[in-house]
Design a protein around this ligand. Sequence first.
Ligand SMILES: [Fe+2]
Ligand SMILES: [Fe+2]
Length: 274
Amino acid sequence: MTTVLHVSDLHFGKPAVPEQIERIEEFIQKGHFDVVAISGDLSQRALSGEMQRGRSFIRDAERVSRTIVVPGNHDVRWWMAPLGIGDKEAMYKTYRAFINPELETVLRVPGVTFVGLNTAHGVALHTLTWNYRDVSIIGDLRKSQIAYARRMFEESPEGDARVIVMHHNPMKGELSKRHGVVDTRRVLGAFADLGVDLVLCGHDHQEAIHYVEHTRRGTVISTAGTVSNRSRGGRPSSLNIIKIRERTIDVITSVWSTKETTFVRGPTKAYKRG
Ligand SMILES: [Fe+2]
Ligand SMILES: [Fe+2]
């Protein structure tokens, strides 16, 4: 069994809630998690100081767990190269400097392969909308990235659980009524084709667990809520704990309790693999 702590949208900087972050850090140090997955938006404005706090969160987690992390739209300095005009490399400068020089990484643990994909491309022609608020927010997954994920999965032992880590939510948020990523049908179709068992994402700031049925196999989608004061609809912060077994995937959402000043475990949702 592989146990994963899935957190997202920590938004270090103004929106962070120190006691919630510290509680998670304590949880991690107890050593219950094989993997800590952080699905983007570590920062609020991609500032060096915010990224520095993200770096120490990851460094501490790595003492006891393996980690995988991807950028979110808040981690991209999109104004450095809107529509590709400007210094494209400067967009990810603070992320690369403090979090990881690579935007997309692979993590292999016995029985499970995690592929991290970057859906935060800044302001790109493909995701341009008339809604000014959305200009730098929408995510995209390109054909070349799907091909990369395929290659990475194919290099793993047959039978490994296949997990994608990405920032933007492919399922519509209950309160936001929005998908984070464009072309959701294409993206979910590609995941079905790749035989993806589990997707770890965030961005919506509301926790959700979905199961997408395909003809071949189903995909479990864990959308972690935020751990910050930016939760949707005034809901509490939350995180997801996932247990990947040979035949099943269990997802447990833990929600912050102000009364108990800790994250309280909710019911387990269990899904059959394959
Ligand atoms: Fe966020
Ligand atoms: Fe986001």
